[in-house]
Design a protein around this ligand. Sequence first.
Ligand SMILES: [Zn+2]
Length: 706
Amino acid sequence: MQGGKFHSGSIKHLRILIITSCTGEKTVSPPDQLSLLDFQQGAAHVRARERELKEFFTPAGEIYTGEQHVRLMRGLSALRTCSDLRPLDSALWILSAGYGLIPEDRKIAPYECTFATMKTRELRAWADHLQVPKEFRSTVAQPYDLTLILLGDNYLQACQLDDKVKFGGLTVLFCGQGQAKKIPRLPNVRIVTLSNAEAKRFSCGLVGLKGEVASRLLQKLAAENDALLRLKDPAFNVLSWLDEAALGASAPLRETKSGSAPSSSPREKCRANPAVDHVIQLAPSWQDKPHRQKLRYFIPEWDDLVDPDYDFLNDQHSGGSSDWSNEVYAHQMYPEPNYDGLLMSRAVAEKSKKKKERINALGVHRFLRVPREFPIMGDCGAFDYIMEEKPPYPTEDVLDYYTRLDFDYGVSVDHLIVTATEHQKKFRYDLTIHNAEEFLKEHRKAGLKWEPIGAVQGWDAESYAKAAAQYVKMGYRYIGLGGLVRTASPEILRTLRMVHEVVPKGVGIHLFGLARLKVIRQMADLGVTSVDSASALRRAWLGDDDNYWTLSGRHFRAIRIPEAGKSFRAKRMVSEGRASGDEVARKEEQCLTALRRFDKGKGSVVDVLATISEYDHLITPDRTMILEGIRETLEAKPWKTCPCSICKRDGIEVIIFRGNNRNRRRGFHNTYVFYQFLQKALNGEAVPSGGEQDRNQLELSQLVTP
Ligand SMILES: [Zn+2]
């Protein structure tokens, strides 16, 4: 097979470069954020201002919340978290109008500054000052297998593309038709023009369109072995190909890479492990938990599975490659689940053809390997169609879906009201209410047994309360408030107070996407009966200084030991001749050995730090290593005292930041810690709090919340 030629040896070294633009919307926007004026005053001034904004420091890859960035990151993070990075390596660079061209892990302060509004001459001068043309040229000249460029007109201008720019590998450049005419013909570059027609075709506003198509392309790359070969063919229609992704194949990474991978796949075939496919039993201690009288904690399920027999010493999957048939869920690894229920979105359930077939055949309980009495809530995942005019699911179809998969709770089809869709807020509000009404009516008519939850959207406390009152009147016994993830706690409490006034006792209230320990008791007192959140899980691999949580309330930095064979930076060092492959691999091995020896009481903190810093310096010479956080981790050895079954078994491996099997285990451990605190908080006991703690409760998208 032709595709095999490309993949058989080289996929392990597949290098992807993505260059995207900064967006005005950011996770943090303090009033005194940096402005163009600050940047114009030079580096020393910027550093001083950054010190003032220290608490808002965020990696560039996480700071932007504009549509393009969010959509792009969805594709990218699907790759990273679901595929454990095996065949893929990617480097995201962001063209910032304040900082210039920067890698995604560079921590930056929030700023307000864009190329989009600059006049040509000002733009040129400022781009030159930031050395954008020079940095752009040296970055794209590297021998990448694929480069994606997602820059708006002014951002492209800042790069000053001319016929002298050399692209080191196949490059796909997305831009508007006008801009396409101005770009010189360049070897290796394929221009894909996007217009309103494509916005319509991909159900996505123009603002986020580049992010959407790039995200689809990344998913295609993971799913199809000959994707790169196709892209190289000038006659190949890229947009039609990406359009196919809409048909339920939005992120088939884990599934496709394993079981159904064609024979040309470089990945080892996955072998099923019959021992993993069993339904857990619920211990009486779990069934009688008193906190549940007040509030239940659901965890969203996003294919969070690990290999129970993972070989940490050789970094090998026991089943060849990862698949549902050889991996376990968190609740299979603990004596009892660290949550009171699961929440599964339709987009997740129907993520790939194979998964859809499995879940339809088994039902959602058997698929997730929990007994029938374990509560599972289903929703339609409003974030997945946020930019579409209407939700893609008709009510009738959704009722059938919840019934077929045997959910315990089904949420009516809502439509999110966010800043980006501000102009449609009334339309979306009314649509959500209308859907809820139809949902309940049809549910009754069909005499369905699962409990319907009426999804409420709104834009302030008053609008939420008004809708809630209507739902009660319709006859709902359970309502769910959505769209509050980015709202500050005081405003959420104000909303709850107003909702509480119109919702009688006995009607349950679910809060979607947030579970903040600091206010959880207050929320319960205001009538909230359930919440869901995956923050604890995801902090394990998002963010820097709070990857590993402990029962003492302290949070620790996980120790990053990138896999030499997979790390983009490590490979770049080798490809640029700055280090030999052997040298990188040797240093990597030394780090792992030093850590394991340290765990056994051999070697000092100083020695281990020196070894780690040497490796880190070798592969990331441009980054100042944050040794202090690692020193704290090593000195406290928190993995040694954690009573959870994962830490007891896998010990120090859990705190090493490296691949799915360590990172997700750490996430499961964090969920265990979170659940302990949640129970305490609801039972009226004090839980560790303070700024750090509160921050950890927040979803990534709302770090700004006080
Ligand atoms: Zn643990």
